[in-house]
Design a protein around this ligand. Structure first.
Ligand SMILES: [Zn+2]
Length: 561
């Protein structure tokens, strides 16, 4: 029995959605990138077991710039000396490119605002982000204040920000306000507070302000969040001079979905962190959102072409691993283990290149992994769960060996057995070795040591030297002549039931691979051989198949002697 009172859903209550009957966002589609703001150095950093050193912050900042972020929240300079020092370092060492704006967070308290402006002295451009908590829970339990008192804090904070900015006219300032815990705030009250802040800043005379709407804790399904955003977008005053920004967290696992629907609902800007770092379950993952756009043919205006470098820097700075199945960038996300998936991928990649399709349309691969600097090597791996197609694909892709379909089962059987024994994945190299050992290696007694062919009345008359014995045979072509020669010499019934030859698609010198399936007294046997001379390849493949069938030339020789 479970401990009394612990796992009991009745202590929770359902989130009450707002009623927006005339919502328009479900009919919208995303067709451009939002304004991105990285909060890796603030929300992301504050949630680390070991916060980043100044050196790590500089490394992270430079990478964010390189990826294409134009707005980067760098911290909370009034909160701690290292945060202040980092702002000074970026400014004094000229590390902020002309087209990049740094953003700093501050509470609506005068001495903190004063210190924040001090940390920004001499910066060309900056966003000052002021916030206070507006949720019912925080009003009642944390501050014990009325709605009016909480709104007054917001307005006072906005006023101070404006006053201190006026003392530093050499900098181009943008103001941002967040009703923190927006999703826990009554929606009409949230509009009221935001509008009081907007009226204080009066952006219609000065440019634009940012109103950031945080799902500080994700509390509802994304559609409810989208309704809230559409309602806010309708209700905010001076809307043309307000950039509506989203800041979602991932408590319910829908941080990205909520942001996507919020953008459909009219938001312009997005705050988030790379790989979803941030408090608790993390901030909205910018990599996932950007790649979602990219995979729909929309320019994400962020460059993830070297995704491994991004991952290496993030993990070095945060000390957090990336899940192997992380959307778009995890180690395993371009790997197919199931045989039917592998087969479909192989055919689809082939079709895609044969038909020269204008848009990427490959089964199970929503994008080309090469776009992210990822290797096709990882697309197909072979283990005991893999099907016939996967093994054939590896041989063709890595060794230019194109096998006929009737060979696939024979080869994959050998590979599957090896995989079952090892209980592990089988590398491409090991697959090739298994193929050579089991289908190409020829016992010396069945080595073709010479042949001559003559045509007579549409028949081929042929002489063969096999091991050190001489054979003579005739038939429609060399292969049939050889089968006839062995049949009559050894007193067996040998028929060629399948035959295939292909030029190797890799390597500098032209070689052919022949595959032969024979039937010897009702018993099937297959083999392959690779040679520059196609006739040699054909004949030796047949002889190898004979050798693999168990026919023994030496004992036959002894008997006949
Ligand atoms: Zn946050």
């Amino acid at each position: 029995m479970a401990a009394a009172g612990s796992f009991d859903h009745r202590k929770y209550k359902q989130y009450q959605p707002m009623s927006l009957k005339d919502r328009t966002w479900p009919d919208k589609t995303l067709n451009k990138a939002p304004i991105w703001c990285s909060v890796d150095l603030r929300d992301g950093n504050q949630a680390l077991i070991q916060p980043m050193s100044v050196e790590q912050k500089v490394t992270m900042f430079n990478m964010l710039v390189k990826l294409g972020f134009k707005q980067i929240e760098i911290g909370f300079p009034s909160a701690a000396q290292p945060e202040f020092d980092f702002a000074r370092r970026l400014i004094e060492e000229n590390l902020i490119p002309d087209d990049v704006t740094i953003q700093v967070l501050v509470q609506a308290r005068e001495h903190l605002i004063e210190r924040t402006f001090e940390s920004l002295r001499g910066v060309k451009r900056a966003i000052v982000h002021v916030y206070n908590s507006t949720s019912t829970v925080q009003r009642q339990q944390t501050f014990a204040m009325s709605k009016e008192q909480i709104a007054a804090i917001a307005v006072q904070g906005a006023t101070w920000v404006q006053e201190y900015a006026a003392k530093h006219p050499e900098t181009e300032w943008t103001f941002q306000y967040s009703p923190e815990s927006f999703t826990g705030t009554e929606i009409d009250y949230a509009i009221d507070v935001c509008n009081q802040v907007i009226e204080t800043w009066n952006p219609k005379d000065t440019g634009k302000v940012i109103i950031n709407l945080p799902a500080t804790v994700e509390m509802s399904t994304p559609n409810v969040f989208a309704d809230q955003i559409e309602y806010m977008c309708r209700g905010l005053s001076q809307r043309d001079h307000v950039i509506v920004s989203l800041h979602t967290h991932n408590d319910r696992g829908c941080g990205v979905a909520a942001t996507e629907l919020g953008l459909m609902a009219g938001a312009d800007r997005v705050e988030g962190a790379l790989l979803g770092n941030g408090e608790r379950t993390g901030n909205m993952d910018i990599v996932t959102l950007a790649m979602n756009l990219y995979s729909q043919g929309i320019d994400p205006e962020l460059d993830f072409s070297n995704v491994q470098e991004m991952i290496d820097i993030c993990t070095a700075c945060t000390n957090l691993p990336v899940h192997p199945r992380h959307p778009w960038v995890g180690e395993l996300v371009y790997t197919a283990f199931s045989g039917s998936h592998q087969d479909a991928i192989r055919k689809s990649l082939q079709y895609h290149s044969d038909e020269n399709l204008p848009h990427w349309q490959v089964a199970y691969l929503p994008i080309n992994p090469a776009d992210l600097g990822r290797d096709y090597e990882a697309v197909v791996r072979i283990n005991s769960q893999s099907g016939k197609g996967g093994v054939a694909h590896v041989l063709e892709r890595d060794y230019g060996i194109e096998l006929p379909k009737w060979m696939h089962g024979h080869v994959s059987q050998v590979v599957q057995k090896a995989a079952e024994v090892s209980g592990d994945e089988i590398s491409s190299k090991a697959i090739h070795q298994l193929f050579v050992d089991n289908f190409i290696e020829t016992p010396t007694q069945w080595a073709l040591n010479g042949y001559s062919l003559n045509s007579q009345d549409n028949l081929t008359i042929a002489n063969f030297k096999i091991g050190d014995r001489k054979f003579e045979g005739k038939g429609q072509g060399a292969l049939e002549a050889l089968a006839q020669a062995i049949s009559s010499e050894l007193g067996v019934e040998l028929k060629v039931t399948q035959f295939d030859e292909h030029a190797l698609t890799q390597g500098t010198d032209s070689k052919a691979i022949s595959s032969v399936c024979i039937d010897v007294d009702g018993k099937q046997s297959v083999a392959c051989f690779i040679h520059e001379d196609t006739t040699t390849a054909n004949l030796q493949a047949l002889l190898s198949a004979v050798g693999r069938s168990g026919l023994n030339l030496l004992s036959q020789q002894a008997e006949s002697a």
